[in-house]
Design a protein around this ligand. Structure first.
Ligand SMILES: C[S@@+](CC[C@H](N)C(=O)[O-])C[C@H]1O[C@@H](n2cnc3c(N)ncnc32)[C@H](O)[C@@H]1O
Length: 230
């Protein structure tokens, strides 16, 4: 039995969080089934850009990995799926390959996502793109770390906000499939000015009230306009 994900234990953890955690319970009202899925977006992107190599960090049951149509595919997961049974940190230590497209969907904890972004930037081809899953949690329960809710986005969104303050990368969030981050290795065209102190203290309330600006939200159509011009 997996005690960590037992629904009564998760409920108890939510009760503790309710007492001791951040009290902000407003919700964003995206209905993700109204938007294209990550696999549809990834396959259209591969066809548009004529990409030939793909790396997925965090594959689980290969729901996305097995749907991606491309000649070279590498998948990394310490538990299940993909082609390399190891953590992303272990993989990036031994990897010598470069990729056209990298999809980051491993451990949804901002410190790990920050490392996955930095390591991906070192092995992305010129004209390549980095996508990240789970950037738009709808409610506080979806983003609390460690996981206390079955559908977990974690605090990946904080890594996107941090990326938005860097001038060496250009970061957007596509409104589709729980929020898909986009990182382009080019000068930031719309830098977000937030102090390091503010970045360290980011709360769900800050995200909720400012998510359009903080995450640099774009539609799926706008995403394809951007990548066609890239
Ligand atoms: C949300 S699932 C991935 C889902 C998959 N990308 C998809 O679209 O269907 C997250 C996966 O990340 C894996 N994971 C956890 N920690 C990891 C790490 N440090 N490096 C790589 N993968 C990790 C977990 O084992 C889990 O299978």
């Amino acid at each position: 039995m997996n005690y960590k994900n037992n629904k009564y234990i998760l409920k108890f953890k939510r009760f503790l969080y309710y007492i001791y955690g951040e009290k902000f319970f407003k919700q964003l009202d995206y209905n993700w089934s109204d938007y294209p899925s990550r696999s549809e977006i990834i396959n259209k992107l591969i066809a548009t850009k004529k990409y030939s190599s793909f790396l997925e960090i965090g594959c689980d049951k290969n729901v996305n990995f097995s749907n991606v149509s491309i000649s070279r595919k590498v998948g990394v997961d310490p538990n299940s799926g993909g082609t390399h049974k190891m953590t992303s940190d272990e993989f990036f230590k031994i990897n010598k390959e470069k990729f056209d497209l990298i999809f980051i969907d491993g451990l949804h904890v901002t410190s790990q996502v920050d490392r996955d972004i930095d390591n991906s930037l070192k092995c992305i081809n010129k004209n390549g793109l980095i996508l990240l899953h789970d950037c738009l949690p709808k409610k506080i329960w979806h983003q609390v770390v460690p996981c206390i809710y079955p559908k977990w986005n974690g605090d990946v969104w904080k890594s996107i906000v941090k990326s938005r303050t860097r001038d060496d990368i250009n970061t957007y969030t596509i409104i589709a499939d729980h929020g898909i981050g986009l990182i382009i290795k080019e000068k930031n065209k719309k830098i977000l000015n937030l102090s390091k102190e503010k970045l360290k203290k980011l709360k769900f309330k800050d995200y909720f009230n400012n998510h359009s600006e903080y995450m640099n939200l774009i539609s799926v159509e706008k995403f394809f306009d951007i990548v066609k011009q890239q």
